[in-house]
Design a protein around this ligand. Structure first.
Ligand code: AVI
Length: 322
């Protein structure tokens, strides 16, 4: 089994992004991708099995139930690329369906080396699947995969787990257009999207009773302490999940419990927080079915098929590049 990781160095970028996000004059913010260091990725694995958080189970159920139908809609030889593969567990069903047809390359693209290694360990037992991991940002990795594919091979990109919902609107369409640009007409995108649901259900999913999501969010400050020598007192910040009715998104924030100043030496900055001021750390958008059709068109795809989970409103969308 071929298994090769390509690495890049993101440390200075983290310091620059922290400095830019925390010195904003209006709402302070931090990019949500930094939630996923080793600790954050492990906490996210726990979130995905919490009773309140049905999203990952819905995604897995749909892929398990419909993997062969999905793969039957793809032509001949397929190269499968996955953006943000995580542990790789849910991808197994699709890879097994592909492997039942022919030898297939699977290229997980991940910024977390730990998640990439976990994914490779999880899936290496599948016969007829050759794993080539890319430790890269999504689009950089995808461009490399597209450049290396053999002539005539169909590229299927998987973007599962509703990670697309973590982009601001309209950055999601912009990102999907960028994906489309790396593809040839007839290539495909398998996109997992969480759908609208009642507010109490949504709020519980992002503020669970065990406090795992709170730990996941606060770990971002702990990460800044670990990597940038900062002195955030975690006890003086609290997790908050709120629903933005205009954008139909859940927002995660970290609320300062008092007036305080935090030093972040490796980002060369000290940051003042007023009591109740928040750092916005993540957006998670919930789609309507109609919106998904419009989004596909706006990004240069047509919707080939859509599968919806019966227990937790979630859609698996198979889009074809026009
Ligand atoms: C990865 N992503 C789809 C998750 C979500 O639901 O937006 C991240 C997450 N944040 C808090 N809980 C889960």
């Amino acid at each position: 089994m071929l298994n090769q990781a390509v690495t890049a160095d993101p440390v200075c970028q983290f310091a620059a992004d922290v400095r830019a996000g925390l010195t904003k004059r209006s709402q302070k913010e931090l990019p949500s991708k930094y939630l996923y260091d080793d600790v954050g990725s492990a906490l996210f694995e726990v979130i995905s099995v919490l009773p309140e958080y049905g999203l990952t189970r819905a995604d897995e159920r749909l892929l398990r139930q419909h993997a062969y139908e999905i793969v039957d809609r793809l032509p001949g030889e397929v190269v499968a690329a996955e953006l943000g593969s995580g542990s790789g567990k849910k991808t197994r069903w699709i890879l097994e369906a592909l492997a039942s047809r022919q030898q297939t390359y699977y290229c997980p693209i991940e910024i977390s080396p730990t998640a990439l290694a976990m994914c490779e360990r999880e899936l290496r037992d599948i016969d007829c699947i050759s794993i080539v991991g890319f430790e890269r940002e999504y689009l950089d990795g995808l461009r490399e995969v597209a450049a290396r594919r053999q002539q005539g091979a169909h590229l299927m990109v998987m973007f599962l787990g509703s990670t697309i919902g973590n982009f601001d609107r309209p950055a999601d369409v912009k990102f999907l257009r960028e994906i489309r640009r790396t593809l040839l007409p007839g290539d495909s995108l398998l996109l997992g999207t969480d759908l609208e649901k009642p507010l109490p259900q949504l709020l519980a999913a992002y503020d669970d009773s065990l406090g795992v999501t709170a730990a996941f969010n606060l770990n971002l400050l702990a990460r800044i302490n670990r990597e940038l020598d900062a002195d955030f007192d975690l006890a003086q910040f609290e997790h908050e999940a709120r629903f933005n009715t205009q954008s139909r998104s859940i927002e995660m924030h970290l609320r300062s419990k008092m007036d305080q100043v935090v030093a972040i030496p490796r980002a060369e900055v000290s940051v003042k927080f007023a009591a109740d001021e928040t750092i916005w750390t993540e957006t998670t958008h919930k789609y309507s079915r109609h919106e998904l059709l419009q989004t596909a068109m706006a990004a240069g795809f047509r919707c080939e098929a859509q599968w919806i989970d019966a227990e937790w409103p979630f859609a698996e969308n198979l889009w074809i590049a026009e």
